[in-house]
Design a protein around this ligand. Structure first.
Ligand SMILES: Cc1cc2nc3c(=O)[nH]c(=O)nc-3n(C[C@H](O)[C@H](O)[C@H](O)COP(=O)(O)OP(=O)(O)OC[C@H]3O[C@@H](n4cnc5c(N)ncnc54)[C@H](O)[C@@H]3O)c2cc1C
Length: 520
């Protein structure tokens, strides 16, 4: 996946792409993957880095959504459970089976959640991750050592999946690249072109690094820009109304000792009627999330103080020694691209989480809503719309069976497991150069070899690309990420052929960004 080659391809070849996809998050990558699986020619353009938006800021669950089942969204849950099973089959190196425990403090809860989760198990059918079951108070405490013991009656264990969202985006991008797709990060779409009848026939994008504009011809343009979808819709039709309602979700990352075990905690009903998770992830504990309506979409949404307090307060009701503000290692926020509610309603809980494919008069296709878990199905539905608008017979989609880049069943130990079969090549880089084998920072396993790999094979262009999405340290421990930054910048500068000025500017930009992930 080489940016230079892909840019040359776009500039030199006067090809007409079947699909030009705007947006390199879960939705856009799902569209690209499905289209390529049908033999279509695909260009994907991302204005920042792959998964820079919402797709690197999720709760990291591959799930049907127990909460949506409680809300009666049976179709959505069924679809997501099916996709969850597919992801485990196609990317076993990146999807793990994560047990969750609902602690029980009343006997009524035991029956309520037992029945609900049996239905959840049954809906997953043969793609079930494991059977839900009641466990005693003693077993609950053994699995969740820090759970509040006073009044505890037992727990219910159920199973869902967990993944690394940004890394999944990268391996889908790499899979697409291997299938002949052309993907570019730092490529901002700034214009849609139309024929005399007003039908879209291409676009223009700006290479934000080379500072040059490129025109592109395409049979179909797909708007997969998440919370930014309205901007593209207004580029198409300046009079287009508001379709997206951003809803913010915040996560706090703290030391794993605050829960103490390997199982995750699910709090099914918080004071505002939502659910809250405490999930062990990459050696830390992720607490979240919230659901707060925000007026405008932002690339770096900022957590509200009230959201941080809500998470800490809720956690303190369930943990014996709960984390405080000073214990938070990193805080990150993401925006859900929910469909805007009908006038008068402002409750995000009432807005459907299922995805929508919308075809504009100009034949621009917009894919919006949905969740990471269903990215592939969202892609399939979008590509079907492409065939429909052109009145063409469909080529068969094979994305449901496509094994993703790095697929392997024999995993290495430690954090390199997330790289799947690429782990062997990273270990090889460590052997080539001693400097690349030493950890970038004490107490963390990441090495220079991963930085080199990210530049050479994963299109990393800025130090943030590595520190936030190739390795997840910015989200795990923002201060540690700041300490690692100079070494990362030096290695990247050498690989990319950049000078001292570049290093200085990158570090300045990164420190400014990293401070936003700290609680003051
Ligand atoms: C707090 C939170 C927790 C979540 N947890 C889960 C979970 O645990 N499991 C799950 O399945 N789902 C979860 N989701 C949902 C899931 O993360 C989202 O549905 C998904 O990531 C949305 O992807 P997207 O591609 O639509 O949007 P994005 O990831 O935001 O991607 C859109 C991309 O478009 C790019 N773009 C915008 N304008 C342009 C332009 N002009 N030119 C080029 N590119 C452009 C942006 O830079 C961005 O990268 C969660 C969501 C949130 C907010």
């Amino acid at each position: 996946m080489k940016r230079k080659n892909n840019l040359t391809r776009v500039a030199q070849e006067n090809e007409i792409w079947d699909l030009a996809v705007i947006g390199g998050g879960a939705s856009g990558l799902g569209v690209a993957l499905d289209a390529l699986s049908r033999g279509l020619k695909v260009l994907l353009l991302e204005k920042s880095d792959f998964a820079k938006g919402t797709s690197s800021r999720s709760t990291k669950l591959v799930h049907g959504g127990v909460r949506y089942l409680a809300q009666g969204e049976v179709g959505l849950v069924l679809e997501a459970l099916k996709e969850r099973g597919r992801l485990l089959k196609n990317a076993p190196h990146l999807t793990v089976n994560q047990p969750f425990i609902i602690p029980l403090y009343t006997f009524l809860d035991r029956w309520k959640y037992s029945i609900g989760l049996k239905i959840y198990d049954w809906m997953a059918g043969s793609l079930r991750f494991g059977k839900s079951r009641f466990i005693s108070k003693e077993e609950t405490v053994k699995k969740l050592p820090e759970i509040r013991k006073k009044g505890l009656k037992g727990g219910i264990v159920y199973h869902d999946g967990q993944f690394d969202d940004a890394r999944l985006a990268l391996i889908i991008a790499k899979t697409c690249d291997e299938m002949g797709g052309c993907l570019l990060n730092y490529a901002n779409v700034n214009h849609l072109s139309k024929d005399e009848a007003g039908i879209i026939n291409g676009l223009e994008f700006r290479d934000l690094l080379g500072k040059k504009n490129y025109p592109v011809k395409a049979k179909t343009v797909v708007n997969a820009t998440g919370v930014f979808a309205d901007k593209i819709l207004q580029m198409d039709n300046p009079g287009a109304g508001k379709m997206i309602q951003p809803s913010q979700g915040v996560h706090l990352v703290v030391d794993a000792r605050f829960l103490g075990g390997k199982d995750a905690l699910m709090i099914p009903s918080t004071s505002d009627g939502r659910v809250l998770f405490a999930v062990p992830w990459q050696g830390k504990l992720v607490l979240g999330t919230t659901d707060t309506i925000r007026k405008k979409p932002k690339m770096e949404p900022q957590p509200l103080s009230s959201e941080i307090d809500f998470i800490l307060e809720t956690a303190s009701n369930y943990l014996d020694s709960a984390p405080k503000r000073k214990d938070v290692l990193s805080v990150f926020a993401g925006l859900r691209p929910l469909a805007a509610p009908k006038e008068g309603s402002t409750k995000t809980k009432e807005i459907s989480r299922s995805h929508k494919v919308i075809v504009s008069e100009s034949k621009l296709i917009t894919i919006t809503g949905g969740k990471w878990t269903t990215f592939r199905k969202m892609g399939e539905d979008t590509v079907e719309a492409h065939y429909k608008i052109h009145g063409m017979a469909q080529q068969k989609s094979t994305s449901a069976e496509k094994k993703l880049h790095g697929y392997t069943l024999s995993q290495v130990k430690g954090h390199l497991q997330w790289y799947g079969s690429d782990a062997a090549r990273i270990l090889q880089l460590q052997q080539e150069n001693e400097d690349w084998a030493t950890p970038l920072l004490e107490n963390y396993p990441y090495t220079g070899a991963e930085v080199v790999w990210a530049v050479r094979e994963e299109m990393a262009q800025k130090i943030e690309d590595f520190l936030s999405r190739r390795c997840r340290i910015l989200l795990l421990d923002a201060k540690a990420a700041m300490h690692m930054a100079p070494k990362v910048a030096a290695i990247m500068a050498k690989e990319l052929g950049k000078d001292e000025d570049w290093i200085r500017q990158e570090l300045e930009e990164f420190y400014k960004l990293a401070k936003k992930y700290l609680i003051h």
